[in-house]
Design a protein around this ligand. Structure first.
Ligand code: FAD
Length: 442
């Protein structure tokens, strides 16, 4: 057992805040170190902790969907991130979207008022050696710390890009073309839809595939995460690919024509005040003038004012299957834990989930207790298995999905599978909480 006083969490993002919360809840003393506002990464803009750097959506909130299930498991485990998301939700159909400022402010104030948590606002350039440390510095870890991590892990970094979708001011939208609806007329109609007819779509597609992009830095190898590909890269795969992806029109009927449009651009509410809307799935590396020119070709966006343009950023992660134990501890150094996107999960919820696991794990470690991770049948366990499994050679970051879960016993019709995965996961999580964590501990 270590004589640990304060556990150091580096990075006050989604994972770091969740890890700090889980530790404090269990009576540990935590020092949470965040470099903002002294230093900002290329994507972070807000001074608050737990900033959502891109979309304001934490994706599906339904149990039959893997990320909805993950959220429910985290709710059951007393997650700070999910509690704050529920408390600051804005309408988004079956998704859980939040008012980003309220969300971050809620998390920060909870941590500030939590006994045992000290928040230090400074960049940590090197990994402390003596203390128990959780590294949760995310995909845009500062360069100095990245070098220090490279030294400790003894392995090379893997780089690829994520892309940010533009945000548009509501007042600049043209409602003569735009209609409000959710897909399959589900719910109150939370999305604004910009419909395109075939000729409009083809003109747009031509412009998009010929648009000028921001040149990439030469030292970085381009490996785009499949779920977050830039819109122009998807378009470049064929004239109809967008109609089966971010511009798919199925389930949407334009009330002005009574017909399904040829293609649709969906806009999702970005803030509680409904003054900003983001272009769903329109992450891009087009230059800013090109975004303005090309996206204004979309009916309804002719006069669009961009509150934020789309952009691309580095994503840094370690080769976790080769480096980490299933407790998210470094194999070669027991007092060093990793959490969040840097472990090779992808997404806000997944990053926070790995903060939750690292927090519980670190707490167990300081008390000399062994931590068995949640079973692989749960969304939490499936993610831990993905990042600490055996495939270090072809390791790629991944969102949670049912493909990471062990198959269901027997034959279950496709439409019922989500429900079955969820039922099995929640049962197994409950047992794990009772047997491994002790009731009230998890
Ligand atoms: C540009 C971009 C867009 C993304 N968009 C989405 C999206 O729309 N939806 C989605 O689900 N996921 C998205 N992701 C992926 C990912 O889910 C988020 O990056 C998520 O915030 C990761 O959580 P985290 O806690 O691991 O890291 P972060 O939330 O980035 O938190 C890390 C924190 O560590 C701090 N930090 C870094 N280095 C140091 C240091 N040396 N000392 C002290 N503090 C430090 C940073 O300032 C930051 O606050 C995106 C990622 C990027 C890069």
């Amino acid at each position: 057992m270590t004589e640990q006083k304060s556990i150091i969490v580096i990075g006050g993002g989604l994972a770091g805040c969740e890890a700090a919360w889980q530790l404090a809840k269990r009576g540990e003393t935590v020092t949470l170190c965040e470099m903002k506002p002294e230093r900002f990464s290329p994507a972070h803009k807000s001074e608050y902790l737990a900033e959502l750097v891109c979309s304001n959506s934490l994706r599906s909130n339904i149990l039959e969907n893997a990320v909805g299930l993950l959220k429910e498991e985290m709710r059951l485990m007393g997650s700070l991130i999910i509690e704050a998301a529920d408390a600051t939700a804005v309408p988004a159909g079956k998704a859980l979207a939040v008012d980003r400022t309220d969300f971050s402010r809620t998390i920060e104030s909870k941590l500030l008022s939590r006994k045992g948590v000290e928040i230090v606002r400074k960049e940590i350039p090197a990994i402390p050696t003596e203390e128990v440390v959780i590294i949760a510095t995310g995909p845009l870890t500062s360069d100095a710390l990245a070098q220090s991590i490279a030294k400790v892990t003894g392995s090379n970094y893997l780089y690829f890009y994520d892309a940010i979708a533009p945000i548009i001011e509501k007042e600049s939208l043209n409602y003569e073309s735009i209609f409000r609806a959710s897909r399959y007329a589900d719910g109150a109609g939370d999305y604004l839809n910009c419909p395109l007819e075939k000729d409009e779509y083809e003109r747009f597609w031509n412009a998009l595939t010929e648009g000028k992009c921001v040149p990439l830095e030469t030292f970085e190898d381009i490996k785009c995460f499949e779920g977050c590909l830039p819109i122009e890269v998807i378009a470049g795969r064929g004239i109809n690919t967008l109609c089966f992806g971010p511009m798919k029109p199925v389930g949407l009927v334009n009330p002005k024509t009574g017909k399904q449009p040829y293609a649709v651009v969906q806009l999702r509410q970005e803030n509680r005040e409904q003054t900003l809307f983001n272009m769903v799935g329109f992450q891009t590396k087009l230059t800013w003038p090109e975004q303005q020119r090309i996206f204004r070709m979309i009916p309804g966006l002719e006069q669009a004012e961009f509150a934020r343009y789309g952009s691309m950023h580095r994503n840094t992660f370690i080769n976790s299957p080769l480096l980490l134990k299933e407790t998210l501890q470094l194999q070669t150094r027991d007092n060093l834990f990793f959490a969040g996107q840097i472990t090779g999960v992808e997404g806000y919820v997944e990053s926070a989930a790995m903060g939750l696991i690292a927090g519980i794990s670190a707490c167990r470690y300081v008390h000399g207790e062994k931590m068995a991770p949640p079973p692989g049948t749960t969304a939490l366990g499936a993610l831990v298995n993905h990042i600490t499994g055996k495939d270090g050679k072809n390791f790629q970051p991944m969102n949670v999905n049912f493909g990471l879960f062990p198959p269901l016993p027997g034959r279950v019709p496709k439409k019922n599978r989500g429900e079955h995965y969820a039922r099995r996961a929640l049962n197994d999580l409950k047992k794990w909480q009772e047997e491994v964590c002790g009731i009230g501990q998890a």
